[in-house]
Design a protein around this ligand. Structure first.
Ligand SMILES: C[S@@+](CC[C@H](N)C(=O)[O-])C[C@H]1O[C@@H](n2cnc3c(N)ncnc32)[C@H](O)[C@@H]1O
Length: 296
């Protein structure tokens, strides 16, 4: 971050027109002007109405031009160039170490919070925590609960740790390196809620993803094997042992996996299986409960 510099509004607007002539979407460029330049979307709209204003920028236009160039020509995600990603009410650090948290995953957190509206859980876990986006949100929402974040990638876990330090420094969440349920063996049977956005894209689809995703986000975050369900099967099949009796499992999945994931949940013996939709009405989430133990 450089010193704040004042710029004539007309200079910023002329620069913006020049950059858009090079290519790309106005919404993305305006995101860059906001996150890297420090000129909010609302200030930019005011400037478009009244170009005689001045603006205070926290980064030079030369640096922003370089970012835009790398985004257009090398497909580098803007979040990686700026090192930040706004998500829910958080401003997370973003890097190639982990998936850039997606908008639909905000709904997965909303689902979990709605489920426990009456009373927060005592213990929760986020399997495949990546940047820590979900875990940080849950730790802030449920300050009295103890949380666990698990990931197989040491680099992702380091990023999650930094995101806890910047967004939830007094968090109650431990981060564990390892595969899905395995590092949580000491807590098997007492987790009230487990949430996961696992890699679920079928491997054949991964190859056809946009370059900005395929070439810059970790494959460990994307590929769910041949049918996309490798990780989901492990998470679902571990739930009857890992969850507390009555504990809840919430999963995000691909747009065409709803029936299969719900069937996997039923086959594993989970009950109250249901689907939830994203903002476009597509079933992207599955929720189920571990049965309560039968009284003898
Ligand atoms: C789709 S990303 C989700 C990241 C983050 N939770 C989010 O929603 O933005 C899936 C995550 O699962 C992790 N992962 C992949 N295989 C794993 C495994 N065997 N055990 C634990 N985590 C794994 C990846 O490293 C990645 O961080």
């Amino acid at each position: 971050m450089t010193d704040c510099r004042t710029l004539a509004g007309t200079d910023l607007l002329q620069w913006r027109r020049q950059q858009l002539a090079r290519g790309g979407a106005a919404a993305d460029l305006d995101w860059l002007i906001d996150l890297a330049g420090g000129v909010s979307w609302a200030s930019l709209q005011r400037l478009l109405l009244d170009p005689s204003r001045t603006v205070a920028m926290v980064q030079s236009l030369d640096v922003l031009s370089e970012f835009w160039q790398r985004h257009l020509h090398d497909n580098v995600p803007l979040q990686h160039l700026v090192g930040l990603c706004p998500w829910r009410d958080l401003l997370l650090e973003s890097s190639p170490a982990a998936l850039i948290p997606r908008q639909e995953t905000e709904l997965l957190v909303d689902l979990a919070l709605t489920h426990f509206q009456a009373a927060p859980p005592s213990r929760w876990a986020d399997l495949g925590t990546g940047s820590g986006a979900i875990a940080v949100s849950l730790a802030l929402a449920w300050p009295t609960a103890s949380g666990h974040g698990v990931d197989l990638s040491p680099d992702a876990l380091s990023l999650a740790k930094r995101n806890f330090q910047r967004c939830a420094p007094n968090h109650n969440c431990s981060l564990h390196l390892g595969s899905w349920w395995k590092p949580l063996k000491s807590w098997w049977g007492i987790l009230d809620v487990v949430i996961s956005n696992p890699p679920y894209i079928p491997s054949s689809v991964v190859h056809g993803l946009e370059a900005v995703v395929r070439d810059h986000e970790p494959h460990l975050s994307l590929s769910g094997g041949e049918d996309g369900l490798d990780a989901i099967r492990i998470v679902v099949n571990g739930a009857p042992t890992g969850l507390a009796p009555g504990g809840v499992l919430l999963l995000e999945h691909h747009h065409d996996q709803s029936s299969l994931v719900m069937q996997l949940m039923r086959d594993a013996g989970l009950v109250e299986v249901s689907a939830a939709t994203d903002l476009e009405g597509t079933r992207r989430f599955a929720v189920a409960r571990n049965p309560f133990a039968m009284s003898s």
